[in-house]
Ligand binder design. Structure first.
Ligand SMILES: C[S@@+](CC[C@H](N)C(=O)[O-])C[C@H]1O[C@@H](n2cnc3c(N)ncnc32)[C@H](O)[C@@H]1O
Length: 468
């Protein structure tokens, strides 16, 4: 049926996956249709919800045929929780579509061809791979249609879990999650139960009141645990009650920290983190290097894959030992320290002051003398004067956030023209955009996709660029 605004498409075969994990089909006229909540191989009737010049966005009305690549999702919350949208797609196919996305983006957006497309590096752990999870408390949980339709009075309104996508004030009450090893579920569920028994108030996002805000569980590769609880207000007796409960019930927790957060948002970067028990941090180790991980520290969430990503990055850099290396967007300086043994010197640059402090502390702790770290917004700090002061780089490693590099940062790289650039990215479309800006001067030699986040559409990629 086709009205001007009401377009339905029948018998649409979804043949591949696109950005953000949507499934893609084509109309008879060849127009692209992006369909959410379906996978390649499904045949569907859809309702168009957005009509653009070159494509439609559509929702499924009916599944006529299910894809042979479907698998049974492991988690009871699949479909509502925004976390693992590809749990219903076989892992082999997840890898295939991720790999395709990375290489297609470089060809299509970057208009670059002729590079070596290395096969995606899969994750050994397809579940339980995350070392950090943050759950929100809410006094008004997400209700299912059945609950609302039943007309019954809902008494258990509290939730401890994840925000529903695009519903900032609604939280899914999580019963299980398979992204972090146990005792993650046990801790979250027991904390909720205890808080209810003790009549502790869960946060109200609309009214901005309540007592309990967030619970963060961090682990290291030895599965030692750090817990952070955010409270909305000071209440020494209640805070002690909850944290003592965690300490007594889970003696394996190495350290418990907390923060009082009366702000409108949950971000912890400007909060004072107080130690309740233990040292307030965990230690992580990569190739004998030690990294201190506190509540605020950035650390890659899939440890095993992070090590692989760093190994690929170091291999791509082909260091001999006499090079000056820049590690742009260094975070807590993990890549910088990881490559430092094979370089003359490494300069790390990062915007978050706490991360730079941690990078310096870690380098000191690891007895690394050839790394220096600087703090600032890349586009302001990475200038000709900065390079004059710190030495001309032979190799630049860059690992920007999802938005990619600021165009002035790209311009500076092009102007100073190091022999090699190793571009690590968690968003292959912005990576491809930046590679295009660099292609007159740089040849893309090879690209390696790495799967850091099984069950999601997210994919990491590493590209080696050499001066033409
Ligand atoms: C993808 S992370 C890289 C982390 C690091 N390479 C690692 O593996 O741990 C991107 C980093 O860029 C930093 N960042 C974001 N915008 C920045 C900017 N404009 N200038 C400098 N650093 C920035 C973030 O704080 C974050 O630490």
């Amino acid at each position: 049926m086709r009205g001007k605004k009401n377009i339905q498409l029948k018998n649409l075969e979804l043949t591949t996956a696109g950005a953000k994990g949507v499934a893609i089909g084509r109309t008879e006229e060849g127009k692209t249709v992006l369909v959410s909540h379906a996978i390649p191989g499904d045949v569907v009737d859809v309702q168009v919800v957005k009509s653009k010049k070159n494509y439609y966005e559509a929702n499924v009305l009916d599944f006529l045929h299910y894809s042979p690549d479907r698998v049974k999702p492991r988690c009871m919350h699949f479909g509502i929780c925004g976390g693992c949208k590809w749990q219903n797609l076989s892992y082999e196919k997840q890898l295939e579509y991720k790999e395709k996305e990375v290489y297609d983006n470089i060809k299509r957006i970057g208009k670059i061809d002729g590079f070596l497309e290395l096969p995606i590096y899969p994750s050994r752990e397809q579940y339980n791979y995350r070392n950090k999870m943050e759950f929100s408390f809410s006094g008004s949980r997400w209700l299912t249609f059945e609950e609302i339709r039943s007309g019954k009075e809902i008494k258990d309104k509290e939730a401890l879990g994840f925000h529903i996508p695009q519903q900032w004030n609604k939280v899914l009450d999580l019963k299980e999650c398979f992204l972090q090893k146990e005792p993650s579920n046990k801790i979250r569920n027991s904390v909720k139960e205890f808080a209810l028994e003790q009549d502790m108030e869960f946060y109200d996002f609309k009214e901005q009141k309540g007592f309990l805000r967030t619970l963060m569980i961090r682990s290291n590769s030895k599965n030692e645990l750090l817990i952070l609880v955010q409270f909305f207000r000071e209440d020494e007796r209640q805070i002690k009650k909850l944290l003592s409960f965690i300490q007594e019930r889970f003696p394996e927790v190495k350290t418990i920290v907390y923060a009082v957060n009366p702000k409108g948002n949950d971000s912890i970067y400007d909060l004072d983190i107080r130690i309740f028990s233990g040292e307030g941090f965990l230690m992580e180790e990569i190739e004998g290097l030690k990294f201190k991980i506190g509540a605020k520290s950035f650390f890659q969430t899939n440890y095993e894959q992070a090590v692989k990503l760093y190994e690929i990055t170091r291999d791509f850099a082909e260091l001999k030992g006499d090079e000056t290396v820049y590690d742009l967007y260094t975070g807590t300086g993990t890549i910088a320290q990881f490559v430092s043994k094979k370089a003359k010197s490494v300069i790390g640059v990062e915007a978050v002051p706490e991360a730079v402090i941690a990078a310096k502390e870690n380098a000191e702790y690891n007895n690394i003398r050839n790394c220096r770290f600087y703090c600032g917004d890349m586009k302001d700090i990475f200038t000709d004067e900065f390079i004059l002061e710190n030495g001309h780089p032979d190799v630049i490693i860059t690992d920007p956030p999802r938005d990619g590099m600021h165009k002035n940062v790209v311009k500076t790289i092009l102007r100073i023209a190091p022999e090699k650039v190793v571009y690590v990215s968690c968003n292959s479309s912005t990576q491809a955009r930046d590679l295009e800006l660099m292609k007159e001067k740089y040849r893309v030699v090879k690209v390696q996709a790495v799967d850091m986040f099984p069950q999601t559409h997210h994919v990491e990629s590493v590209a080696l660029l050499k001066l033409r």
